[in-house]
Design a protein around this ligand. Structure first.
Ligand code: BYC
Length: 318
């Protein structure tokens, strides 16, 4: 027997070799405990972001200006719920239960994307969320399609297809506003002013301040660093703002010929810390709304369990 036994160091080496060789890690494969824990943290927080992200947009379904816009928004919000489900399922393959993950969200032990703690005040915010928030999410998620954990990677491939529709519908809505009346254009500019900086915060702290990046990059959970993704997002978004005739609220934003990228101003990191620590404008409301929906849905979960038990009893008796 001992002939075939290998110690943890050897297992870790084989694991790292597979990761370096771009092989996907699957649920039943051996993995370091830290890899499993880090993935549960990131994937469950990603799932929470999708589901909490339904709230600022859901707020506008009943007030969408036309039937077409309402249908698009309904479809988008439903997609976000679906993304949450794919991601919770991916985290469940690592041994985390849905109950544990939701409890961590309700108790403030698990985070969700900082961006969803800002209010959606006008109809232009809905187009801007699609353009900037989904735009930022895609930049990140395209790189996560190549993440080393198979179920997460496959969920990302599907999610990216839907996110691309989300980004486009948002941009198309902003084109209508930016080329509409003076009031509509002003509403679009105001939305850009409020959502620009929080969108840049979506990519997380600077690489040098990022607690998880070093290990996550080594394990190829993350494929591009926070700062690289943020720069990619700025570079792709500035020409889109120009096309809309809107001004990005950053006096330091300018093309840097030498770097081949846009330079941009510093994020307010104090605000970022405040928001991710639970003290943003909407944190309390978002979690309370989620908790209420979860409690209101308890009867559905109870009914499902009762039905499963009834079925199991029947098949035992047969
Ligand atoms: N917000 O070491 P770091 C969407 C936390 S939703 C809140 O760099 P990491 C959509 C971080 O969790 C798409 N917290 O972390 C839905 C960590 O705290 P913990 C959401 C943040 O994980 C509806 C600490 O700060 N996308 O598309 O290496 C409608 C240190 O950070 C944030 C994802 O979730 C933040 N912005 O890198 C519309 C993508 N940034 O956990 C659209 C998946 C950092 O130690 N996640 N923190 O307590 C990731 O790619 C990475 O987790 C991050 C952060 C790049 C976000």
């Amino acid at each position: 027997m001992t002939e075939f036994s290998v110690n943890d160091a050897e297992l870790e080496k084989r694991f790292q070799d597979r990761v370096d060789d771009e092989q996907k890690i699957e649920p039943k494969d051996w993995m370091p405990e830290g890899y499993r824990k880090n993935l549960i943290r990131q994937i469950s927080q990603h799932a929470h972001s999708e589901v909490i992200g339904m709230q600022p947009e859901g707020n506008w379904i009943s007030r969408a200006p036309t039937l077409r816009r309402k249908m698009i928004l309904l479809a988008k919000v439903q997609d976000e719920g679906g993304h949450g489900l794919y991601l919770y399922s991916a985290a469940e393959t690592l041994g985390a239960s849905r109950e544990e993950m939701v409890e961590a969200l309700h108790e403030g032990r698990a985070k969700y994307a900082s961006i969803f703690n800002y209010p959606s005040l006008t109809w232009a915010d809905i187009g801007t969320i699609g353009w900037l928030v989904d735009g930022a999410a895609i930049v990140n998620q395209i790189s996560l399609q190549r993440t080393s954990y198979g179920p997460y990677s496959r969920a990302m491939i599907r999610i990216c297809k839907e996110e691309s529709f989300h980004q486009r519908q948002g941009y198309e809505s902003l084109i209508a506003l930016a080329h509409g009346s003076a009031e509509q254009k002003a509403m679009a500019q105001d939305a850009l002013n409020r959502w620009w900086w929080p969108s840049l915060m979506m990519f997380g702290p600077h690489d040098a301040e990022s607690a998880h990046s070093g290990q996550s990059m080594k394990w190829k959970i993350k494929r591009k660093s926070n700062d690289t993704l943020r720069q990619d997002f700025v570079d792709q978004t500035v020409p889109q703002a120009d096309f809309l005739g809107l001004e990005i609220p950053d006096p330091d934003l300018k093309w840097n010929e030498e770097r081949g990228h846009y330079d941009f101003g510093e994020i307010d990191w104090e605000e970022f810390q405040r928001v991710i620590s639970g003290d943003g404008m909407c944190n309390r409301d978002r979690v309370a709304t989620h908790k209420k929906a979860h409690d209101d849905g308890a009867w559905v979960r109870d009914a499902l369990r009762a039905y499963e038990a009834k079925k199991a009893n029947k098949s035992e008796a047969a």
